[in-house]
Write a protein that binds this ligand. Sequence first.
Ligand code: HGY
Ligand code: MN
Ligand code: MN
Length: 415
Amino acid sequence: MTGRPAIRPDRLQERLERFAGIGATPKGGVDRQALTAGDREARALLAGLARDRGFSVRQDAAANLFLRREGAHADLPPLILGSHLDTQPTGGRFDGALGVLAAFEVLEALEDARLSSERAVEVAVWTNEEGSRFAPGAMGSQAFAARAIPPEWLAARGADGAVLGEELDRTVVSLAVPAAPLGFPIAAYLELHIEQGPVLEREDIPVGVVTGIQGTLWLEIEIEGQAAHAGTTPLAFRRDPMRAAAAILTELYGSIMPGDEDARFTVGRIEARPGSVNAIPERVRFTIDLRHPDAGVLRDLADRIAGVCEGVCAAAGCGLSIRRLVDMPPIAFPAEMVERIEASARRIGLASRRIVSGAFHDALYLARCAPAAMIFCPCRDGISHNEAEHVEARFVSAGASVLLEATLSFLDDAR
Ligand code: HGY
Ligand code: MN
Ligand code: MN
């Protein structure tokens, strides 16, 4: 070994720049949605970089990508470092990509130092974490944890009309690499990610030690009314689903978050059919993203939403259907994993604070397979899922250094 492995901040910044160029938007963000040509281009670029360093590349049936640096004992479950390369339609350069490229930087640092380890270390690129093109989110990590792809996912149509199964096949065949099993034993999982909120920056703390992830529900609300002429139909003759939706959203926006500072209620997508300016819609469909750290409260809020929808639609003479697209219960990471991340930050002289993640992450599902932990770094103004997303170089280096230190702590344990 040639000295203790170290992150090369310049190399990591160059990689972040290079990947940000795949799906770059005019406003400085990234649109590299899951299973698109841009996603495939980024995966191919990373696979090529991995091969150049002598790492092996595999891909499973869910298109999860694994870049492996061998250890002395190939039969030992590997340590996995990962995140995602897919982005929101108007996403940023760091959400997901930071975790993947910092993990790759850790692998390169181990290789540069010619460190020999008992077990392999692998970088995982999880498919479709965002869920914005194809619901649900965290699709690849869910399939890995369950060791199966639910058949109903494959027939699903994305927001752009594409069929998931076809896009998944296209992505898997786009990379001629050996197949990995869908799900395999792992020793532990570590993920670096931007906080996507304002806490760390506000307290000027470079490292977030994630203690858990709050629960998330995605609902699709569909209200059926009666299409009619906008000019000739008096109020008493209308069964207007948009009017019902407006009453529902007024009630829910006016009560859920104002009533509970830990609750998060978001309507990100709403559409009317036929969507004609002078026709009362036949149908209105909208999504709800509901989050809470407490599973019981999340359930009660979901029941409340259903009750409000049922009451308003009955009074408006409209039909109602509620589809659950995502149901992610909250999780807590194991105490010893949280302490390990804290100790890693302390050993390299970085201040840290514990924090619960408001966003879901692939680690939520990997936590079902092995001890898992997450490291956060601050992002400017707490902004994410926005093209203005930005992370200062010093925080990128700090996060990657903690990821390396935590990785070494696992490899040291195995000595
Ligand atoms: O929506 C989420 O929490 C994640 O950022 N995709
Ligand atoms: Mn993310
Ligand atoms: Mn995201």
